[in-house]
Design a protein around this ligand. Structure first.
Ligand SMILES: [Zn+2]
Length: 467
């Protein structure tokens, strides 16, 4: 229920209809869109206080490999229940970048990668580009980042957004349990400052090496053939004729087994938290990008803007908010404005994303045109991983990149070699049937709806070409 002080404010008109709606729906009234005491705008309160935020980033978790998103293998039974039955599922969330650093910098700044970097993409951000972390910190929110060491030393652009006191580095999955201990201490301790906990797990990232009990899942062999490393997949790529179907199946299965492992770790994590945690916090689970299994002649990530890399989970638990599935496309740059809105804090003008606060309250998500980018060099022509990494890490902001934009089911890709691809993801989710040459035959409403995708990517539209 709204607190007495909230009821006294002139914001009651805003607060009350929602509170009433929640009561009518029997969905609990822990969260109301009230007025945190130090801010100008109505944010979201949890149990009468500013909400904590627990953000779990499952690195490299592709939506298409989760049963929650319709995958045929039961990879995420816990998440299916936890978010699918009692949370908000964004069915068409896009990562704006295809690998870790640009993706994080993008959702930290709410800017597309090409608009966010200073010089090299491994660098820390310019002071002139605010992140939502900077703003929350200024607002008195306690930040805590749980990350893998030493792997993340290679991703120092992400790490440096946090002060040394704000980081806890350990191994996976221990970092998830360390985060649980820390959250428990906050819930049970005397420190009542709101917190933002970022849990960044690499459990499903390569090498795909699931613990023993998962190795026979999904028709796995009795004899475990060993971990799949990036080098394993590069070697298969270089074979005459490329990787065999059996190799692709093995890599995919071991990745799927790791997802099931992650699902169990998260189940343990949530069941060990004090029950008050979910009343006091907004929980978000997402991925920074997906993973490729030869759908378009590529493995791993950082090398395309096809759905296997761009389509990521974006799942929320918001106290009191109704469970929903939202099919309208959005992208991860919407996270930062949403978090600031939840906190009742103004967004900086640099943010390009759109707040989802009204969507969490039950409004429909307006039509958006999310974009994604990948700075990769050509695959599979690029033979060595080391070379690829060198090229990616030293890339300037103005290097060519694959770019994609979508509206509704329509997706336009402009590759770094200048090729255009145009897909209908509803009828062709695997992106196999390039409709570009048939654009003129689309219905007039579809042509009108998609004409500005070409402008947005600064490529000639088929309409202009025919005139
Ligand atoms: Zn990543």
């Amino acid at each position: 229920m709204p607190s007495k002080s909230q009821l006294k404010t002139g914001r009651l008109a805003l607060v009350k209809p929602l509170a009433v709606a929640l009561i009518v729906l029997g969905l609990g009234t822990l969260a109301v869109f009230g007025l945190p005491k130090t801010n100008k705008k109505p944010g979201l309160t949890c149990s009468g206080k500013p909400c904590n935020v627990i953000l779990i980033v499952a690195d490299t978790l592709a939506a298409k490999h989760m049963s929650l998103y319709g995958y045929e293998r039961e990879t995420t039974p816990f998440l299916d229940e936890f978010f699918g039955k009692e949370g908000i599922v964004f069915e068409n969330a896009w990562s704006n970048a295809s690998w870790t650093v640009p993706s994080f910098i993008s959702f930290f700044t709410s800017r597309l990668p090409s608009d966010a970097y200073v010089e090299r993409i491994e660098d820390s951000l310019s002071e002139s580009i605010p992140t939502f972390l900077d703003i929350l910190r200024d607002e008195g929110v306690q930040l805590q980042y749980f990350h893998v060491t030493p792997f993340l030393l290679a991703n120092r652009g992400v790490l440096e957004e946090f002060s040394p006191e704000e980081r806890v580095g350990t191994l996976d999955p221990l970092l998830v349990y360390a985060a649980g201990d820390w959250i428990r201490a906050q819930e049970e301790g005397s420190n009542k400052k709101p917190y933002f906990a970022l849990i960044h797990t690499y459990l499903v990232h390569d090498p795909y090496d699931p613990p023993e009990k998962y190795r026979t899942l999904f028709d796995g062999p009795v004899q475990y053939p060993g971990p799949v490393f990036d080098g394993t997949m590069f070697q298969a790529m270089r074979q005459p004729g490329g990787p065999t179907a059996a190799q692709v199946e093995r890599y995919t299965r071991q990745y799927d087994q790791e997802i099931r492992f992650l699902d169990d770790v998260l189940k343990d994590f949530f069941s060990d938290l004090p029950p008050s945690t979910l009343d006091n916090s907004i929980v978000i689970l997402m991925a920074d990008h997906g993973e490729g299994f030869w759908e378009h002649g590529r493995f791993l990530h950082g090398n395309s803007v096809y759905e296997e890399l761009t389509h990521v989970p974006f799942l929320l638990r918001v106290p009191g908010a109704p469970s929903r599935r939202i099919s309208e496309p959005m992208s991860l740059i919407d996270l930062a404005p949403t978090l600031l809105d939840l906190h009742g804090t103004d967004r900086p003008p640099s943010f390009q994303g759109k707040s989802l606060l009204s969507v969490l309250k039950g409004d429909p998500l307006d039509e958006q045109r999310p974009q994604a980018e990948s700075t990769d060099v050509q695959w599979p022509g690029k033979q060595e991983f080391a070379t690829l990494q060198t090229v990616v890490r030293t890339a300037r902001i103005d290097i060519p990149r694959d770019r994609a934009i979508r509206v509704g089911p329509w997706k336009l890709i402009s590759t770094l070699t200048g090729q255009l691809e145009f897909y209908n993801l509803e009828t062709d989710p695997a992106e196999k049937n390039n409709l570009l040459s048939r654009w003129q035959q689309l219905s007039e409403p579809d042509r009108n709806k998609t004409a500005d995708l070409f402008e947005a990517l600064d490529v000639p539209s088929p309409k202009l070409q025919s005139e």
